[in-house]
Design a binder for this molecule. Sequence first.
Ligand code: B12
Ligand code: SF4
Length: 472
Amino acid sequence: MRATMILPALTEATSPLFRPIKYSLFPPLGLATLAGYLDETDDVRIVDEHVQSDSYEDVPDLVVIQVYITSAYHSYELADRYRARGCHVVLGGLHVTALPEEAAAHADTIFTGPGEDTWPRFLADFRAGRPAARYHSTERTLAGLPPVRRELIERNRYLVPNSLVVSRGCPHVCDFCYKEAFFRGGKSFYTQTVDAALSEIARLPGRHLYFLDDHLFGNTRFATALFDGMAGMGRLWQAAGTVYSVLRPGLLDKAVASGLRSLFVGFETINATNLAAQRKWQNINQDYTAAIRRLHEHGVMVNASFVFGMDSDGPDVFARTVEWALANGVETATFHVMTPYPSTRLYQRMAKANRLLHSDWARYDTRHAVFTPLRMSTDELERGYWWAYQEFYRWGSILRGAGTKPTVREKARHLAYTAGWKKFEPLWDWAIRSGAVGRALPVLEAVLSGFGARRATPRRARASALHGQAAA
Ligand code: B12
Ligand code: SF4
């Protein structure tokens, strides 16, 4: 069987908003995971439009497209083209799960939810010549997962080729998040076995890892055993976690001892009223400043994520948020315009209140205001969003953030990490065009490790763990 698997790009390279480095970070892990279920004799290729172009002139037996909301129209266009040629086209992923009827008009088969149970069933049906039109996932397990087909990925095209997920979903229920809807009909948070996760890690070459799990710290027993197992492997890693998981005694120390050096934290808003409205219960009453301090004391850099446009946000939210992040020495910040994704609670709430402005999915990209905010205009919201990025990443702010760090080496690490991410776009573009962005990985590793200064379990970290216990 011949199969073409496609991850369509969100934005065409001609858009002024396109930042190639952001889209050259991670390989298409979802598709490489699904490819693991194919036979060795199958002829399969993966096209990731974020890093490569293709003429799409082939006529494979099977075309697999992963559909995100912002690439939905383009995905449908590709699907229609291949179907016109007689290929069997299957669509799956977050957007298909959110709006199955819309996707079904462009596919021979659609999949809703994660693919680990439905995909092998479909493959058997397809080979037997009787594929169904729809498969809905209900059995949630990662037991017996075949190895991810990483050899189908061109490692050098990505800055972070060693991305991985060892769990699916998350134990929380924030109302703007895709997760409840995506996992409907089965468990919405489950993990691999610790042994399977450790073997996957052991198979990855080099030092650096990036866990893309929604919440790597979500199951304490699993995370503790994983970090214990990783200790001594000599890895440097990055991941995402919540404020609560950072403040919880013990776990962060183990993570750091096994190589954690930078964490993406969903602060979302510095306004507690917003948090209650978004059902982000786990962040309420957590001391955000203490969380950042604790991470920094452990030598972990912080990528803070914020959402603008929640119902209690007025026009002052942008300056307040940026000021707070800079004063706390946050290294990188990711800002979003709140975006009600179809099928989320937030979307239903907005639709009921008649506050949705349109259904142009291409603009549901967290940069555009697609709803009417309560305490400012859509224009103020979009302008404020861009202003926050500009303000946070101007040289004066970067130097101010670096200035909050206690030692010269830590100041240098802050400077190198923050400026490297946002200030050297032409250099990144050159590296990407020459197909060798992966060669920059040793530089990232050097910065993460604080130019070699970060020992596994710093003494200061142990002291702060005690402080954290008192605070938590
Ligand atoms: C890495 C990542 C990216 C990367 C690259 C994506 C990639 N290479 O796959 C980059 C940086 C490009 C990116 C960009 C964006 N992202 Co992003 N990203 C992620 C992240 C952190 C991990 C994705 C991943 O690898 N998951 C692990 C793999 C194994 O799972 P998977 O890809 O979902 O695939 C499984 C299933 O979905 C399913 N499946 C998927 N496709 C198909 C197809 C078939 C046929 C079948 C059977 C099954 C199937 O089976 C797979 C195995 O279970 C997720 C969060 C998350 N934890 O998933 C956010 C996430 C997907 N991103 C999100 C967003 C909002 C964006 C941006 C819009 C942000 C922005 N403002 O620019 C852009 C748009 C992306 C686009 N192309 O449209 C949201 C999507 C929300 C939504 N409802 O669509 C998520 C869920 C984060 C969040 N919690 O809000 N992202
Ligand atoms: S903590 Fe993150 S992944 Fe979990 S439900 Fe909330 S936004 Fe979604």
